[in-house]
Design a protein around this ligand. Sequence first.
Ligand code: PMP
Length: 437
Amino acid sequence: MSIAVAAPSTARETMRPLALLADAGLEVPVLGGGRVAHTNLDLAASAPALATVARTVGDLLPWYSSVHRGTGFPSEVVTELVEDARAVVSRHVGARDRDVVVFTRNTTDALNLLATAVPGDVVVLDIEHHANLLPWRSRRLVVAADTIEETLERLAVELASKPAALVAVTGASNVTGELLPVARFAALAHAYGARIAVDAAQLLPHRAVDLGELDADYLVCSGHKTYAPYGAGALIGRADWLDVAPAYLSGGGAVSNVELERVAWHPSPERHEAGTPNVLGIVSFAAALQELERLGPDARVAHEAALTERLERGAASIDGVRVIHGFTDAPGRVGIVTVQLERGSVGLVAAALSAEHGVSVRAGRFCAHPFFDRVATRANGLRASLGLGSSSDDVDRFVAALSSIVADGPTSTYQRTGDGWKPVADDRPKPQIFRAG
Ligand code: PMP
C-alpha cells in the first residue's frame, strides 16, 4: 500500500510573480565578480514599470508631440491620450462628478498643491510620511496610540477642541505597511465638519480604492509606486477649493486670457497644470491602473498577503531581528515589513545584502521620522517591500541572506562614507546605459 506524502510546504507555497515587471530577469553584479538574479524588495520606494506599461510608452514615443494647442495629427492623438488618461484615473479611484483629477509630479507634489488650497487647519497623525507632514501651513498633530480605536478617539478629541478644515491620513503606512480604516477616519472628520485627504501612495499599488465608498474628499498618489515610473502623480478630489486657490504653477495653459493688468484663470484642473504636461508619465500611469484593474484586486491581495506573511515570518524567525508594528489592531497590511536589528548597523547590513547577495531593500527611517522614532528602539530600520513582480524565491533569498549577515557579518569589508556604507573594494561594473561626456 502506498502512502500519499504531502509535498513540503515550501514547494506547495511557491508563488510566482503575478505580473511581469520591466526588471524581470535582471541580474546584478556582486562583489568578487559574477552576477545573481536581482531580488527587488524595495517596491514601496519605487516600483519598476509593468512590462505592459513599458510597451505602451514604446508605442507612444513615435507619436509624442505637443499637447493641447498643436494642430498636427500626432498632437491630436497625444492630447486625446492625456484626457483619456485623466478619465481612467478618475474612474479608477471612483471620483464623483464634483471631483477633478489634477496631474502632478508625485504624491509630494499633490499634497503641496492641496496645501495651497486648504482654507484652515489640517490635522495629521504622527505616523505620516514627511510628504504628509511638512506641506501643511497650519498643522495640528495627533500622536497615534498603539490601537486604531484609541487613535480615532484622540483624533475626535482634537477635532472637538477646535474646528479644522482637513484631516490628512495615510491609507497605508510606508513604515509598517499597516492599513488604516480610511472610511472610519472620513466619517469622523465629516462629523466634525472637516474634509479628509487620503495619502494613497502606498495604498493604490495594492488595493482597489473608491473615493465614493470611502466617502473621502481627496486622494493623492504616485505613478512610480504604481508600476509607472515616468514621473507623474495625481491629486483627485473636490473641485471647489481647487477652483479658487491660487494657481499652483503660473503660466501658459492655466489661463483663458491675459492682459497686462488682468489675468483670467481657468478653474481646476487647468488652473494648476501650467506648462507642458508630462505626457509619458500621465499616459503610463493610466495604463498601469488599467492593468491593475485587469489583474483584479482579489488576486493582488491574495498574492501579496501570502508573500508578506512569508516575509514577516521569515524575518521574525531570525535571532536578533524584530519586526516593527505601529498598531495592534490594524485592519490589514500591504507588502511592507520593516525590522530593526538588536546589534549592528542596518546600513551595513543593507549594503552587504546588495553587494554580496543582489538584494535591494531600504535602510533608515523612511521619511517618517516622528513615527519611526516613536515605535522603534534603534536609530534605523531595514524595510523589505514587495508587489506584483515579487515571488516566494525573492522572499526566501532575502531571509536567507539577512539571516547569514546577522549571524556571521558581511563577507567583505565596508566603510562608512558620507553616502552610507560602501564596500572598500567595489568591483561591480555599472551598466553602460548612458555615458556622460
Ligand atoms: N506618502 C507615502 C506614504 C509614501 O510612502 C511616499 C513615498 N515614500 C510619499 C508619500 C511620497 O511619495 P513621492 O516620493 O512619490 O512624492
